[in-house]
Write a protein that binds this ligand. Sequence first.
Ligand SMILES: [Zn+2]
Length: 276
Amino acid sequence: MIDEKRLTQIKIDNDTTVSVIKSKLLSKFDDKIVHGFSTRLGGVSKDHLSSMNLSFSRGDERDNVLENHRRFAKALGYDEKKLVFSDQVHKDHIRICTEEDAGKGIIIESDIKETDGLMTEVKGLPLITFFADCVPLLFYAPDINTVAAVHSGWKGTFLRIGPKTVKLFRDRNADISKLICYIGPSICGGCYEIGPDTAENFMDFNDGIILRDNHNGKYNLSLQKAIRKTLIKEGMKEENIEISDICTACNSDILFSHRKTNGKRGNLAAVIMLKQ
Ligand SMILES: [Zn+2]
């Protein structure tokens, strides 16, 4: 069970408290950015979507999802009507978002398709990506004041969407030795068992720590450590990469886990925004 002290509890009105998870590294830049990862706590959705489902695609009532967004946004401090939604398909496309993208996916219909990563240098434009075991990556380049939110499941990790995001920061003249990455709450290596077909894609990580062969046709994969290794290979400093040790499957009472519930679940979200 997760220690309650690991959660940041934010009272948004007299009877509502929203629990969020914050990065220690990104919190050092609280004067420059807003960031956070949601939990199941503090929303209005029912049953297996209880209570803070942030996706319109999980069979929830639209009004519930909108109210959850209002609450999560109020807790973190951004305007939910300006959110830019990803369209996650386990690929490696990253979009550079502009002011014209504000509200796409929440109040206006979106032309953002097949996009697992969002990046922006626009202040006041919150980027959101969705999770229930897959790995959230939140990036901040302090020298060029630019942020990114990325979804990296095993396919995205195999396709190196994290390092590709780093390359985009480099293209924009960021000093990669200063780039920060938060690898957020997601399924841990102990819970994430995979078969040989998936493991085949990670044989270059077969070091017993990132990928462990259980010698029974099953393997355990730490996506978080695999991602960290690829980010360091791309030039990031180890001390600028934070891996959350909070597992979605180990804590499915307060976080949504696809594996733990056989897919009967809502979606968590990771948000990052440059402050005005
Ligand atoms: Zn776990």
